[in-house]
Design a protein around this ligand. Structure first.
Ligand SMILES: [Zn+2]
Length: 307
């Protein structure tokens, strides 16, 4: 059980801007009954906002953005990319988007006031999950085009250094392709990677019992969610779940590039769910701290390059 004081310290050191309103206790998503928010619910809403520095672009007014840019302090933008896709029975579909946003926000707070975080890209390339209802997938060219247009927009506002922080595995190939394309077309300083690139293969056992990073809705992501946004986890069971019994329109599935992922068997899916029971908030906190440090260093080095 995470002590309240150390939990507070975690929130404080994250300097979370509005995200830390949900504290967590307990050792697993299912062992814990209750109690998100105890550390902060005893305060009025305006005091719960632990860090008044708003680094998310869409939380600023035009005056605030204008003055921030005019100050000369703002040097770079982070673009979080995620997905809207099934995350097994217990996690909300926004997991990847929220994780990328959370890491990006913490990095921007750490490097404040040099970095702003754009509105996250909430759709990713997820044709392999289209057999689970709720998933929205976009084609690669749409995803790449959206990120490209965000870069163009930020460049038009005078920001010439950009970092894409990705939270969804299905976007990785597009990311890899588009970084050099955008760099040469727009002439900006740009890099991009998934936040879990911060965990080298040989160290993954230090952060998860299973050694699986990032996995899908299992120990790693569920730990992340327990630490950062426990309200996005349901206490539920796997019973009665029949994944392949809904009738879908094949033509529509083909239009968005549906692929039948052979590894996505009912057994694999159930194992992911079972592995999520290994999740703890403590693991999530270590994961987040490590990823934030690693991404911050990358961003900081890019700021040096752009000066
Ligand atoms: Zn995910």
């Amino acid at each position: 059980m995470l002590k309240k004081r150390s939990r507070r310290r975690f929130i404080k050191c994250l300097g979370a801007s509005g995200l830390a309103t949900a504290a967590v206790s307990g050792t697993s998503a299912y062992a814990q009954e209750e109690s998100s928010g105890h550390a902060s619910r005893d305060k009025p809403a305006h005091e719960r906002y632990l860090n008044p520095r708003k680094v998310l672009l869409y939380e600023n007014t035009r005056k605030e953005v204008r003055e921030w840019i005019a100050s000369g302090d703002l040097k770079a933008a982070i673009i979080p990319t995620g997905s809207t896709e099934q995350h097994n029975e217990h996690l909300e579909m926004c997991m990847d988007t929220e994780a990328a946003k959370f890491i990006s926000q913490q990095v921007a707070l750490k490097l404040y006031p040099k970095v702003i975080v754009t509105t996250p890209v909430p759709f990713g390339i997820s044709p392999h999950w289209m057999n689970r209802q709720g998933t929205i997938t976009v084609r690669k060219e749409i995803f790449k085009g959206l990120v490209y247009d965000i870069c163009c927009s930020m460049k038009a506002h005078g920001i010439n250094t950009m970092l894409i922080v990705n939270g969804h595995g299905g976007n990785s190939r597009a990311l890899y392709e588009m970084v050099p394309e955008i760099r040469s077309e727009l002439g900006i300083t740009i890099d991009g990677f998934s936040y879990w690139s911060s965990f080298p293969r040989e160290r993954r056992n230090e952060f998860t019992e299973s050694g699986i990073i990032p996995g899908h809705a299992d120990e790693f992501e569920t730990s992340f969610a327990l630490a950062a946004f426990p309200e996005r986890i349901r206490r539920t069971t796997y019973d009665g779940f029949e994944p392949y019994k809904w009738g879908s329109n094949k033509e529509d599935m083909d239009r968005v590039g549906y692929v039948d992922a052979e590894w996505d068997t009912p057994e694999w899916d159930k194992k992911s769910f079972e592995d999520s029971h290994l999740a703890t908030a403590e693991k999530g906190e270590r994961v987040i701290a490590h990823a934030v440090d690693w991404v911050s260093e990358k961003m900081f080095a890019m700021l040096g390059d752009s000066d």
